[in-house]
Design a protein around this ligand. Sequence first.
Ligand code: ADP
Ligand code: MG
Ligand code: MG
Length: 881
Amino acid sequence: QKRVWLFRDGDKSMRDLLGGKGANLAEMTNIGLPVPPGFTITTEVCTDYYAEGRKLPAGLLEEMKAALADVEKQLGKTFGDVKNPLLLSVRSGAKFSMPGMMDTVLNLGLNDAIVEEYVKVADPRFVYDSYRRFIMMLSDVAFSDKFDHITKHDFEHKFYDLKARLGVKEDLEVPAESLKELCAEYQAHVLKQTGSPFPQDPIAQLTAAVEAVFRSWNNERAFIYRRKEKIDDSIGTAVNVQAMVFGNQGDDCGTGVAFTRNASTGENVIFGEYLMNAQGEDVVAGVRTPMPISELQKANPEIYKQFEDTCAILEKHYKDMQDIEFTIEHGKFFILQCRSGKRTGPAAVKIAVDHVKEGLITKEEAIARVEPNLLTQCLLPVIPANAKYKVIAKGLPAGPGAATGIAVFSSDKAAELGKGGAGQRVILVRADTNPDDLKGMLAAQGVLTERGGMTSHAALVARGFGIPTVAGCSEIAVSETSFIVHATGQVIKEGDFISLNGAAGEVIEGQVPVEEAKMTGDFGEFLGWADEFRGKFGVRANSDTPADTELAIKLGAEGIGLCRTEHMFFEGERRPVVQRMILAKNDAERQKALDDLLVFQREDFKGIFEALGGRPATIRLIDPPLHEFLPHAGEVAAELRELLNRGATGATVAEKATLLAAIESMHEINPMMGLRGVRLSIYMPQIVEMQTRAILEGAAAVIKAGGQAVPEIMIPLVGHVNELKFVKDRLEATAQKVVAEQGVEIPYQFGTMIEVPRGALTADEIAVEASFFSFGTNDLTQMTFGFSRDDSDKFLRPYVEHKILPGDPFESIDQTGVGELMKIAIAKGRSVRPDIKLGICGEHGGEPTSVQFCYKIGLNYVSCSPYRVPIARLAAAQAAL
Ligand code: ADP
Ligand code: MG
Ligand code: MG
């Protein structure tokens, strides 16, 4: 097995073995770009290194020496030679780019003897500058995990002190003599800290650097980065050993980084920064302020031309926007790295569309290339790419987008000061949210909660309405009037400005500029292509209001996959009527309240059908336990006590006492498994009879006015066919009555949600009674795992950390378990009713890998929050390709 590959022997397909950097260095070498020669030690050696107890495998050194001899021959220089030394860079490079996470050593091969001769033939300042960099880098990389005070920081401190002694600010102002002294000081430091002199043997330096790069695979930041990016810990890094080119040899030298197109807007202009007379990380480290690449064009048009040509060649070759690193040595341009550049959502779309128009890629390739989740960034207000800001805490990125406003700590305050009120920009900050907070959330620019996960109420609503939200932010403690940041003790009070970056889960101090995003031409065109590819596979939206429905259709929804009727019960004037209905002492009283609600609901549905313009709407009958519509027992008890303390008597006291007794009597130990869903409809059938009537009367009104309405009435939480049959038979009777009264044809259907494992397992029985299934994967996941979805943010974190689960099953469908139940239900359902309509309406319906899974197992459509519709359209297209 070949363990060491010369650049000219590899190519870009060999990322597994050579790492991304090594594979691309090989590819660029072979297409004739100016890459300094070198070789790559494979990722397999990294695995062996760890398997052998952190030792380089036997025979590797001989292979490295053979490759080194080849490089020496190409350049006419010799590694370790005092007269004409070959110097090397030793660089990490895993299969997936992990920028800056692992280690690099530059100028390797220098020692005291070589430096002494080298200064006679080369610029002494350059020689000592290279040497001091090398001593620092090798020590930092190779010794700092065993010894204290040998990190880059310790050396930089000494450099800083030197500059202070000399009274200069810039690195470039330090003369050669002083750099020489610094090298000596560095070596003395190494001796003092490690007990051994800095290694002088070039081969010993090389093996130390190679080992160090392998060890850097498991340094803390690389480890954390892999967690975040879900990169496998076992794949290891390759090591690239490459001849140095020098950007620090004078004013006709330099180094820089660039993107072949603008990574934040996608504009077709080269975007980059560089520094003259500099090396390595000077550009990104911020010691000197780099110059925009456009300056290079003015200062040195000849080099700029080489640079521009290389960018063009790379884009043509890789057919994608590239992120490149380069160095200029005495007016000659060298390329040191290229990779597909990270980019924002709008940039990803624009670049993909432009590349199709330039004939570089096909529409299929364009569709395959864009990560669906990036599309959210195309829809929401964003922080401009160049903005600087201070993050004070991090939580879950529950609702993307950026928002700035003053912190408020109650929904009432938000409603009073925010949208619809005084019109200020407010951020609603809550320990957690409940349905009561809806008005506050809608009035706010953004929402921050201490508790709650990605499927918490706050997160659901936030995604539905496109409200930037950071949820489950356990780094803060929220009280009634302020919140405190645990780490720093910083206190944010009502009226203080804060900002949220929902896409990253960041809580930001003060104000940041926020830009409104638009549906651009490129975006529309791109999604049009996605629709061509996904064909008949549908995308619907979860929507409860006409306004949301209009928005969803604008974003491409082909109907409503889930209308949660109870959301309508929470709104303003309906709340007291709903409470009256729940607390009714007898059927007659209850019916009266329901008659009042009917008026509201009929209008709701009429509005939704109008907005749908003939597209279908799956409307779910009441689902949550009734206590959710009532105040908390504790609150009412407190009010009652207060009344009694004030010596109140009579009707008000009696009324409160009755209310409290009623609430207490409805108390359930485990309400999510209690009186809700179809069970509630069996226990108290009047509510769903009213809802069925409201739906069909709303539909009839639209049809009579010349429109179309396609209601699909959905009964939730069914586990046994007889539950469904019991409720459906009654509602069918109501439906027929309404149709007869109205005297119009209404194409209604009854179906059910599959969200209880028993329902999935007996789907053949259930399909006899249901003309459609919609998978409620939030509940189905909750009940399949036995995980409470409202509390899971607490206990699932370690699950993901320790790889007990590959990810949060509420975020992406658990394909092996929950997915298996879905497959069973699909097969059984179709066996009885071949044309049964199958969809999904859980939050998973807008999550790309789950959408692809749904496509694969044969659902007819997915349904998701309006703002996720474009994501689902793209994910479905990718599944279809
Ligand atoms: P990272 O993964 O952190 O980007 P690299 O291996 O790309 O690490 O190295 C960091 C920097 O070191 C490069 O951007 C480049 O400026 C410099 N460098 C690496 N190899 C060489 C080389 N052969 N000649 C000159 N500079 C180099
Ligand atoms: Mg790099
Ligand atoms: Mg449910």
